[in-house]
Design a protein around this ligand. Sequence first.
Ligand code: GAL
Length: 947
Amino acid sequence: MSYVEDPAPGHGSLPPRAAFVSDAPALSLNGTWRFRLSPAVAAAPAGVERDDFDDSAWDELPVPSMWQLHGHGRPAYTNVQYPFPVDPPHVPSGNPTGDHRLRFDLPADWPAGPAVLRFDGIDSCGRIWLNGTELGVTKGSRLPSEFEVGPLLRPHGNVLVVRVHQWSAASYLEDQDMWWLSGIFRSVTLLARPDGGIGDYWVRADYDHTTGQGTVRVETGPDVVLDLPELGVTAHPAGVPLTLPVEPWSAESPRLYEGTLSTAAERVPVRIGFRTVSIEDGQLKVNGRPLLLRGVNRHEHDPHTGRAVSRETMLADVLLMKRHNVNAVRTSHYPPDPAFLELCDEYGLWVIDECDLETHGFGPLEWAGNPSSEPMWLEAYLDRIRRTVERDKNRPSVILWSLGNESHTGENLARMAEWVRHRDPTRPVHYEGDHECSYVDIHSRMYATHEDVERIGRREDDNSRRRDLPFIQCEYGHAMGNGPGGLLEYRELFERYPNCQGGFIWEWIDHGLADGGHFAYGGDFGETIHDGNFVIDGLVFPDRTPSPGLVEYAKIIEPVRIAADASGIRVSNHYDFVDTAHLKFGWVLEEEGIAVVQGVLDVPAVQSGQSTVVPLPSLPSTAGESWLTVSASLASATPWAPAGHVVGWGQLPVSAAPEAAPLPPRGPVFRTGGKLLLGAGEFDPLTGTLTTLGGHPVEGPRLDVWRATTDNDRGEFAGRPEADQWREAGLHRLQHRVITVDADGEELVVRTRVAPPAQPFGLFADYTWTAFADRLRLRLEVTPDGSWPCTLPRLGLTMAVPGTLGSAEWFGGGPGEAYPDSRQSVRIGRFSSSVDALQTPYVFPQENGNRTAVRWARLTAPDGTGLHIAGEPQFDFTARRWTAADLEAARHTDDLVPGELVHLTLDVAHHGLGSASCGPGVLPQYRLLPQKTAFTLWFRPLPADAD
Ligand code: GAL
């Protein structure tokens, strides 16, 4: 059997060891290599390993990289299904094979003697030669392989050749939900290995929270000494345990002690974080305290380079996470570039380090032949977990080892767990697929409903092993498109039940690939089998712009919560470790969103898990609606955010809007020249619809219930998709029957029945228009007729105004979009935005941009003319340069072409978002059922700005 189809791990490499740098010479071999892609193994050129092989006609390719993103072959996306026949361990004979060649010289001072060639990641299988000698074969795409090369090196003209195959037997173990991309995608380094140097080390640094003492134990070679100058430790024999008072490491306070391990021949800088992970009383604890994991699942992704990510990109992720209150990362579903974990140590994030393993494509086959229980794969499973644990064992941020993802269950997984327990008893084992929890230490689920979490929290499980373990959701809150909704209710459960210790949103980033003017997803590269936009399900867009979902999550998981009522301001500390001394508390009173007075609150340091109440500042009385906003921000800069960065906030309504002034007399309805005139409005006498307002041509407003369906509306995980029910009911093509247009009195009363074709049910919509000086009041009454089969996407009005009205200002919820079950992150204030910037550019276009709890909104042209719309008391609105139908039809952001008009939705209610794209649907309290509803809006034309 060829090595490509051999289920065994690679061969020829050195035993796995920790990732580290030292003062021994190292040479990065990253850079420009020669490259040639062949369509099959058999088509690859012979003799590539020879020094004199002529590669001058080959292309150039940067290393690290993934070749499909450099014009060789094409990316392909599948989630669960294998893109090739399931015939393990065989792979297609059309197996794209990329030959990579690099000629390099050694630096003049390169020492003679042993040297190691390290590959941090090759996807999926590589055969390696140096100077004509074969070194071996790598498998385990996101795991390192090292080869001894000392005797083969020459000062000049070394020739390194790597033949990489897109498919190998190992592809059966690497069926993660992501793009299939290939190549040498992580660094290649040559490391001198001095005789008497440090081959490997393992610093275990425990912390005893009862004594405040840390204990360092270093497992390494002989004659190694430890220096920790900050702790006054010099030349301590590394193998001898050392106990001394220290500050512990936590994600909140990532205290690292810098030091060195050294021998006469080599010096290795180390950064030690003292912490002890334990499971006690059914809780996952660090340093004696239970954790609440406010996590995300992170894939490595860059829209231009795929899984070849730069250190800047890794740092950008860490900073964005920290700035959005995220405290934990699951490295789904493979060990990340080792530099990412160093950043987690440094900036403070709890990590579940997951092994590179997923066999999900056997799921649709009812797991027949699943490698997890086939003996021929055992060695590969063990090899993968060994390489994971050995590489990352020194990282204090890593608190759990995860065996992999979605590989069902089986003996091979149990054997991995057994190996981990034996090798590293200091970290518990996680694997979601062990449903019985027979070989894991944590009960983990994905996408459990709120009800299920509640049941687990109440310990109503009849499996006693599972019942007594800490519970986490390794994936929840599926962040596909607009959503997720329902995060607040998860938080409430996590906080209510001590064994429910939080979870990890699926997922961090949309894996869109930059392609012309948009981000591409599955199917965009002509794949015959693909899973569409299921790869676009992150909290940040592909370019790492935070989506509204991330802003919402940041608010839900804020570590300091501020609630106020007339009796005072309650500050609650939801950190797991630190007090609030690093925060300052500012307040501002705003009247109709305009600051009136502000100040600083004196809040004593609140301990973790505690709260305090401080008196309200004395506030002047205001004439308009006013709100007090109190925010907790960083008192001084941290490594991850500047001073003043807000970590939590709360709002208190201080005074309500004043009683409306007495209304001026009503204006009469005129009929003239075939039109109906009422105040600033002109109406069509036959349909009773508004055609002109203050001289601006308008269309509508008229009743509408449709929204461009979201990924969650179309989601199939919570029963019949809501979107299918709406479409079947015909809600996207309502017809409006005018029953009466009554213009005889002081009001214009238009009775209509609005209903989909072919259906007996509908909605009566009665519009009553009244003019008061320059204002028009519209009262809309909606009464369901017949028996409705489904919820409504939304309920309100649709209206079009001239495209010149391109600026919006409003007083109400903002600054971002909000929906009933995803609205914690909006505050009441005054906001402005261009109509263009009101759009959220979801990679797969869908309903977006709804502003909620709006008291009034103004849409204006550059000269100040426009429209003022006020709610009685509130409404929701969107404003976009295309219709909901255009939005629904679009497949990529650049399909949306601005038209002549600005289309408004002015709504009384929206259906929630839920997370049915992979999880529960909309919770009952956020479902929009047809019911009798009355809704009042005021329209006023705005004159041009006075010069
Ligand atoms: C899970 C899986 C993830 C992802 C998610 C849906 O089953 O572990 O990798 O596919 O579903 O987006």
